[in-house]
Structure formats: structure tokens, C-alpha cells
Write a protein that binds this ligand. Structure first.
Ligand SMILES: [Zn+2]
Length: 476
């Protein structure tokens, strides 16, 4: 005799059992309404409706925009907090505006599993970036609450909705997760936005009185944390290409941002002969073409020595991406040869040493070009973040959970979920300074993100939630 409660437990347990068990559940016809049994109501329908609801919480009319501690961010935080409570979690908001929801499980002093993502958005954002990770975690815990197993968790589980990841308002990413990881410097509290409001003031406007001391208190004790996982939209096209709703992340690329300033001789567009020009615009064009060639074919540029071996170049060939996204000229008039051109370089790669080798080679060749063209060239390093390699144990647990979830939903034996690299930064990057991290990517249409066109299929939202549920079941 299978009682309704046993029935639910069978469902959940089967997610984490070997494939033969899931095949049993799906193939013997016990389950009539399979979608109900896979918690579609909570993990898909409610999750999708909450994504839509959160996607309407905006500071702007006509597009989605939620920046650190803005009125819409505070409304979003309240909404998320209510959903956490609905899932049976104890909630609070910390000194950096992060929203926490925690269940202690069987042993409140055991190391906690943290699951998070960010509640802020870019300007004119999509509704899934950040929100999907928060909502899928809350939904999975709500399923445990609804089947009475929330308290069976062998360790505390805490969902954190980070207040700032995109860095739109203060041009400083990861304010929320960096504070929890204990890597946010005190000086960050004094960074100003465009209106001159500091991070500290923005928090104060919302009755959060952060001090130097309370910032230090935000740091979690590494001994109290077991690991951190994050679900996030892929923000790239690979999963769609390979036809998979989910992928696990092997690592997050390291990143360097450069500012290149090229100065030449400003002059009249009509009177200075071509042979006598020191044109920083033409020089910049050549520098940018060099960057593209180098990043497309690093092996043609890098010499093999102690700094750059075979595997480094191989890794670069697979992961190096370089972008010039911002360029400005002075005085920027159609009839004037510019006196100065500045542009940015965003350079990302999985191999930290390889990234250094590229910057070294790029800088040398850029200076050569500038010298040949008789212009001056200054290359400044504005930002550096080392690559983060996801924990292999966490990654294989997430992969197992994702595989099981997909088998449950489709009823088919799938190929293994793909393993991807992340070219985009995530809260997991900051959290890796505190604990081991793992990430699950969810397919998004056309790989498009940071745009209202960002889209995730309802069933893929479901698959993400079911994967987190399967993952949580391994902690019972
Ligand atoms: Zn994001």
C-alpha cells in the first residue's frame, strides 16, 4: 500500500537514486499525472509566475531596472522575503541589504549549504538573470516543506538573495556577495553613485546603519559553511546549440580590464597631409585589429617558454575572448584629426597565467605600433579578477542532480548534461573566497541576456527547480 505521503517521498527519493529507479517510476505507469508528481505546480507554474511578478518590480516605467537599494530593489527584497517565509524559511535582511532565508534542518550547528543569486538587474534587463537562481532555490525548499521533509535536511540550508551583483549604481560589482564572503573592503562603503550618494548613505536611506564593524560582522565564518551553489541563466548560446536545458559549470573565466589612451597630433582634417599625420584614431584602429587577431589565434602570437606552455595556449584557444566596448575621442569633430583616443579592453580567459601572457604580448605589440606611428600610448590595468574553478565534487553532484531531473521530466535517458565554462562573472566568484562553489546553467533563448528579450522556457525553469530539489535530497 502506497500512502500519499510515501508516494511523494518515493518521487523525491527517486530523483537521487540511480537511473534504474527513475526508469521504474516513469515506465511502469504508476504515475498518471506525471507533471503533478514532479511538483510542476510549485517548481514550474508558481516559479514562472513569480519570475513574471518580480520582473515587474522596476524603478523605471517601460523597462526593468533595479539597482542597489533603489525603491524597486527594496520592494523586490520584501517580495522575496515573503516567498522565503512561504517556503518555511526563517528570514532576515543583513547590513548590505542581502535577503537571507534559512532552515536549520536536523543539526543547526552543522556546516550550512548556501544557495544564492542576485536580486539587482542591469538597465533594461530581462526577468531571469539573478531572479531565476533565487526563485528556483525557494521553490525547491517549498516542495520539501509541502511534503514535510524540510526538517530532515542534515545541514542548515540558506538561500541568499544578494543585493548587488551587476554593479550598475556604484560601478562596483558583487557588493552583496563580497560582503558575505568577507572580501569587500571598508572603502567600498564610501563609493559614490552619479548623484554623489555613497553606498553607506544608500543603505542609511533604507534604515540600514552599516558601520565598519558591522561590515566585518557580515563575513561568514568559513567553518560554518559547507559550500555554495548557484543556478543562473547561461547568458550564452551553447546549451541551445547542443539542445540541453541544463549544464554544469566547470569554472568562471578570469578577467582583466584595460584602458588604452593614444595621443597624437590634433589638427585640421583638410590641411594636414596624410604623410605628416600622427593620428591616434588610425593607430587605435590598428591596435584594435591586433587585439582581435591575437585573441582569435593566440598560438600564432605567444611564444612557448617557461611562462606559456602547451596546455596554457590550448586553454587560451578554447576560452580567450576580448572586447573593445567603449571608445572616445577628443575633440570628436568630423573635421578634426583627433588629439586623443581612449578605449577599453575587456579580456577573459580560464587560464590566469595565459591571460597574463596575452596582456604582456598585447602590450608589447601595442607599444611597437604606437612607436611606428609616432603616437604615444598608455595602457592602464583597471580591473583584475582571477578565474574560479568550481569544486569538482560539487560539480559532479550538481551534474547528477541535473541528469536525474531531466530524466524525470522527459522520461528519456538523456546524454550527460554538458559541462561549460562561464565567460560572465557571478556571485559564485566572490563566494569562492569563502567556500567551495558549484554552478548550474539554464538554457536561455538565443543566449540573449541583459535584454528584455531574455527568455527561459517554462519547462527549463521546472528542470532547474527539480535539479535543486534533487541536490537537496542528497543532504537528507
Ligand atoms: Zn546574473
Amino acid at each position: 500500500m502506497v500512502t500519499p505521503l510515501m508516494f511523494l517521498q518515493l518521487c523525491v527519493l527517486s530523483i537521487v537514486l540511480p537511473t534504474t529507479s527513475s526508469a521504474f517510476i516513469l515506465s511502469d505507469g504508476i504515475f498518471e499525472g506525471r507533471e503533478d508528481d514532479l511538483f510542476a505546480e510549485i517548481l514550474r507554474d508558481e516559479a514562472v509566475s513569480r519570475l513574471d511578478q518580480l520582473g515587474k518590480v522596476s524603478d523605471a516605467d517601460g523597462h526593468l531596472e533595479r539597482t542597489f537599494m533603489s525603491p524597486a530593489s527594496v520592494r523586490a527584497a520584501n517580495l522575496i522575503r515573503a516567498w522565503m517565509e512561504d517556503a518555511g524559511l526563517t528570514t532576515w535582511v543583513d547590513y548590505m541589504g542581502n535577503v537571507h532565508g534559512r532552515v536549520e534542518g536536523l543539526n543547526a550547528s552543522a556546516e550550512a549549504l548556501l544557495i544564492g543569486s542576485h536580486l539587482d538587474t542591469v538597465v533594461d534587463a530581462g526577468i531571469f538573470d539573478g531572479s531565476l537562481g533565487i526563485i528556483s532555490a525557494i521553490s525547491a525548499l517549498k516542495v520539501l516543506k509541502s511534503n514535510g521533509t524540510l526538517t530532515n535536511l542534515i545541514r542548515p540550508v540558506e538561500v541568499i538573495a544578494f543585493s548587488d551583483e551587476e554593479g550598475v549604481r556604484f560601478q562596483s560589482t558583487f557588493l552583496g556577495s563580497a560582503a558575505v564572503a568577507g572580501i569587500l573592503p571598508v572603502s567600498a562603503l564610501q563609493i559614490s553613485d552619479k548623484r554623489g550618494v555613497t553606498v553607506q548613505d544608500a543603505l542609511k536611506e533604507n534604515s540600514i546603519a552599516i558601520t565598519e564593524e558591522s561590515l566585518f560582522q557580515l563575513k561568514y565564518d568559513p567553518q560554518s559553511v559547507w559550500g555554495y551553489i548557484e543556478v543562473h541563466i547561461e547568458q550564452g548560446p551553447v546549451l541551445e546549440w547542443v539542445g540541453f536545458p541544463l549544464g554544469v559549470v566547470k569554472g568562471i573565466a578570469g578577467q582583466t580590464r584595460l584602458k588604452v589612451t593614444v595621443r597624437g597630433s590634433q589638427g585640421h582634417a583638410g590641411t594636414v597631409p596624410m604623410s605628416l599625420r600622427q593620428d591616434p584614431m588610425a593607430a587605435s584602429a590598428e591596435l584594435i585589429m591586433l587585439l582581435e587577431s591575437l585573441c582569435k589565434n593566440p598560438k600564432d602570437f605567444l611564444s612557448y617558454d617557461g611562462q606559456c606552455n602547451d596546455s596554457t595556449v590550448e586553454s587560451l584557444s578554447n576560452s580567450l575572448v576580448c572586447t573593445v566596448g567603449e571608445i572616445s575621442t577628443w575633440p570628436s569633430a568630423s573635421n578634426v584629426i583627433p588629439g586623443q583616443v581612449t578605449f577599453t579592453v575587456d579580456l577573459r580567459a580560464m587560464d590566469n597565467m595565459g591571460r597574463e601572457a596575452v596582456i604582456y604580448e598585447l602590450s608589447n605589440r601595442m607599444y611597437e605600433i604606437c612607436e611606428r606611428r609616432s603616437v604615444s600610448c598608455i595602457i592602464e590595468r583597471k580591473h583584475d579578477a582571477n578565474a574560479v574553478i568550481c569544486d569538482s565534487e560539487l560539480t559532479s553532484e550538481l551534474k547528477f542532480a541535473a541528469n536525474a531531473a531531466l530524466k524525470r521530466i522527459t522520461g528519456e535517458i538523456q546524454d550527460e548534461v554538458p559541462v561549460l565554462m562561464s565567460g560572465a562573472g557571478h556571485d559564485a566568484m566572490a563566494m569562492s573566497h569563502l567556500t567551495k562553489v558549484g554552478m548550474l546553467f539554464v538554457r536561455c533563448r538565443g543566449g540573449v541576456s541583459h535584454s528584455p528579450a531574455e527568455h527561459v522556457l517554462d519547462d527549463d525553469v521546472w528542470a532547474a527547480g527539480l535539479s535543486i530539489l534533487a541536490f537537496l535530497e542528497t543532504h537528507m
